[in-house]
Design a protein around this ligand. Structure first.
Ligand code: 0X9
Ligand code: ZN
Length: 423
């Protein structure tokens, strides 16, 4: 389970919204550290879970995960005490990030707003305003093949958009991709933008991607949680959820726990202050409803991928249960081919497998909804770079290589859509 950001919660509870707007302070992470635990035994993991719960710490990689290390975010004022405690228990760790705020500050190099195509630097992270303007300008510049489509509105009444790429014709199979449903996973939107550009540049080319574009329509939602994403730019870089007010003074619902597939089941939290909060009711989040309706309206949809970070995983349903998907063999074959294609680009190793067994059980998630409700055969959920050196705070220099390898992984899925395996 994820955490409750104690400082943010206290801050918002006690000051109230109006005053909060006046002070407009940013949450700072000076001196906070991320500790990595590599031991894989269950007893240590359980102990870490309890320590985290007791001290209300956020895990960047949770002890509940099926495989891999545990990464724990320790606020500056708890670093000394916690390290002493770990020493007492004899639990070894490495300091993965020495000062979280330093890494946050290093992620965005100072620059002017980029609100035109001429100004847009693809190797930077962008605000929602810049992303949405890019969507408008880029689709206009390539209007023969690209269309800007309204997905819907958010709780804060922000309209967000999708990009459709089509070389024409009708009843082509479609492949839909969303990025950025979790606000703090900045590499998602940046990757979606790169992939749209890369695909557009391949239109008409005598390559396999050119061929795919002749027979498959693509739909991208580059920034699926604009309220939360805006908040990561203005107030709290580590914000994950939406921004709707909930009971108890905490804000936001995990938009990847709010879908009508085993909603409120295992791997989701009933605590409105928890990062995995499933919401006051199913479909409580406006952006999630918008995404559902938009995707359900895509004609002839054959494949879907929900793009997250970090951990380098290429997964598929189920997420809410350990039960194997009915299309396990197909999904596993495609995922294996995707990770091989990804590795060929920059040598990065991504792990394929069912979501529940590769990461953890999560109920009410995007991927399961489209797999079960829309009966799509080819549904995936990816976790992009890295494996924890920077985590969510991936440097700008890694945007392009991450996008390139993701492109290769996505083209494997698109190839299967083209060849009819996902029908
Ligand atoms: O917990 C999540 O929602 C995902 N991991 S993350 O670190 N990005 O938060 C895992 C769930 C995978 N995605 C879907 N089930 N769609
Ligand atoms: Zn995520």
């Amino acid at each position: 389970m994820r955490w409750v950001n104690q400082r943010v919660r206290g801050f918002e509870n006690h000051l109230g919204l109006s005053l909060l707007a006046c002070v407009a302070a940013k949450v700072l992470y000076n001196g906070d550290q991320v500790l990595r635990f590599t031991c894989e035994d269950l007893a240590t993991r359980e102990l870490l879970r309890l320590v985290g719960q007791q001290h209300q710490l956020k895990f960047w990689r949770e002890p509940e995960r099926m495989v891999g290390p545990v990464d724990m975010h320790v606020p500056a004022h708890k670093v000394t005490e916690l390290k002493q405690l770990l020493q007492q228990y004899g639990i070894e760790y490495d300091v993965m990030i020495d000062d979280v705020q330093e890494v946050i500050d290093a992620q965005v190099t100072p620059r002017l707003p980029q609100l035109s195509l001429a100004e847009f630097d693809y190797n930077k992270y962008h605000t929602f305003q810049e992303i949405d303007k890019w969507v408008t300008d880029y689709t206009t510049a390539h209007k023969e093949h690209l269309t800007k489509m309204k997905v819907g509105v958010t709780y804060q009444n922000t309209t967000f958009h999708a990009v459709k790429i089509s070389t024409g014709g009708s009843m082509k199979p479609a492949f839909a991709i969303d990025c950025g449903i979790h606000a703090d996973e900045w590499i998602g939107p940046a990757t979606c933008i790169h992939v749209i550009k890369n695909l557009t540049q391949h239109i008409g080319s005598v390559t396999n991607v050119g061929k795919i574009l002749e027979s498959v329509d693509f739909y991208f939602i580059p920034s699926a949680n604009p309220d939360g994403y805006n908040y990561t730019w203005t107030k709290n870089r580590m914000w994950r959820k939406t921004r709707s007010p909930t009971s108890g003074g905490c804000f936001g619902v995990d938009p990847n726990r709010n879908w009508d597939i085993n909603w409120s089941g295992p791997g989701a939290s009933s605590d409105p202050c928890n990062d995995d909060y499933y919401g006051p009711h199913v479909w409580s989040e406006a952006n999630v409803r918008s995404q559902r309706d938009f995707v359900n309206g895509i004609p002839n949809l054959h494949a879907y991928i929900d793009v997250h970070s970090y951990s380098q995983l290429w997964m598929f349903p189920y997420s809410y249960t350990f039960k194997l998907a009915e299309d396990y063999h197909l999904l596993s074959t495609i995922a294996n081919q995707s990770v091989a294609a990804i590795k060929d680009v920059h040598g990065k190793v991504y792990t394929p497998g069912p979501i529940s067994k590769t990461i953890y059980i999560a109920s009410g998630s995007t991927a399961d909804y489209f797999y079960v409700h829309d009966k799509l055969k080819c549904v995936f959920a990816a976790e992009l770079r890295d494996t924890g050196k920077h985590g969510m705070l991936l440097p700008e220099s890694e945007i392009q290589p991450t996008a390139e390898e993701t492109f290769a992984g996505l083209m494997v899925i698109a190839d299967h859509v083209m060849n009819g395996s996902c029908m």
